[in-house]
Design a protein around this ligand. Sequence first.
Ligand code: GLN
Length: 531
Amino acid sequence: MAKHIFVIGGVLSSLGKGIAASSIGLLMKKMGYKVVMQKFDPYLNVDPGTMSPFQHGEVFVTDDGAETDLDLGHYERFIGIPLTKNSNSTTGQIYDTILKKERHGDFLGKTVQVIPHVTNEIKSLIRKMAEGNDIVITEIGGTVGDIESLPFLEAIRQFRMEEGVENSLFIFLTYVPYIKAASELKTKPTQHAVTKLREIGIQPDILLCRSEKLFNDEIKSKISLFTNVQKSRVINAVDVPTIYEVPRIFMKANLHEKICEHFHLQQIRIDFSDWDKIIDNIKNPGKEVTIAVCGKYVRHQDAYKSVGAALVHAAASHRLKLNIRWVDSEKTISAKDIKAKLHDADGILVPGGFGVRGIDGKISIAKYARENNIPYFGICLGMQIAVIEFAKNVCGFPNAYSSEFEENCEHPIIHLMDDQRYIEMMGGTMRLGAYPCKLKKDSLAYKIYSKCEISERHRHRYEFNNKYRKIIEKNGMKISGISPDDLLVEIVEIPDHPFFIGVQFHPEFKSRPDKPQPIFRDFVKKAADIR
Ligand code: GLN
């Protein structure tokens, strides 16, 4: 039977529960266990895909086309295993399932209640993950003490009753603040958070205590005494310069051994050398490279979480010191603004986005990159922008646009497809998840990937308008990636430019610290080389 690790958070939000859970996942995987991860989000939204990036950060997309919480991005990056829609459930989705069952008469007129109906549904989602896996890591979103997370905590309390202590492990992430005025680390918030958790019937097995400064034995003893957690199981998760060092810190504290001990699992020696190399490259880089990421959500960097991560992986693979400059495309339109913000950028990346806001700035930025031979990497909307700019300023269509921004524009270079095959494929909505793409042999794309067929993840509604393929190509923009049925333009590039590529997909979702995504890898290298 699979062993279940539950990761719960207390004291504060934003303590890095997702990173802690992912780090545990990596250690278990490195011991040879088959790991899967899952997140429960306590909010009522049924579709995380429709949540604002300003408020909620990036929407992460899985191969099977689920739009999920960004923590799944951390999971995939750490454990290196593609997840599916089963790995993310919201309270809204759980209630939706239950209410549909109720309408269908499945409860035979019984009173439908949080306990047992909601908690049963949660437990069945947890059990579903166990099939074919050794270790299931379930992160409970929110902070202990919130009303919203109560049903999840109740469900895992019941789960332990049903499955036994040896098959379930509660790991609680808390915070130990450092109070400057007293020059002291304070354990009280952790004590109270554990009390709160125990009130609902959960005694944590292991504590991960975040702190700014390393704490000593005395603090450990105090926490142990007040929380009823063995001292050896109180682990100091001290702040580190890069998130990729977190598993290293846990390993040093023998967290993996404690987990194995609890589950009566065999302890296997971990070879961490590949990750140590990545950490070392991030912490001790050589030459600098500055990449300008130009979008409209830049004030909320969580909105571009995977793009930022992919740039970090790429830079680390070349041992480069990465500076990401976040450029607000709504405020960067005039030639003067562009020059001021981009003149010393080594590469320009325009990420995905929706809606017309900030579009004119992005078009001017793409023009600037094209005309000044600055490496350009356009992702999804960033690719569409590159094509529109090229049509406007090179092909002689000043009114080129996307029908997303102006429904009846004169030259909809990017549009909603009305091809029947496309509509059937899409069910009329977004193109989501992994799609294959054929690469042309004599292209930058082929040079980057070194293969003829690739698969990348999509999340968009609009497509390159095939009516303009010929004229665009005639003027010097190459279509180097297309869908196997020849229907969809997936990659464009400008061969007369040192590095100019636009992709209709989101390659950032598949970048891993130990396997940087190839376009990011080569884009960052090119930017550094021509600096
Ligand atoms: N808004 C564009 C579309 O829907 C691009 C989406 C994106 O960048 N993810 O096609």
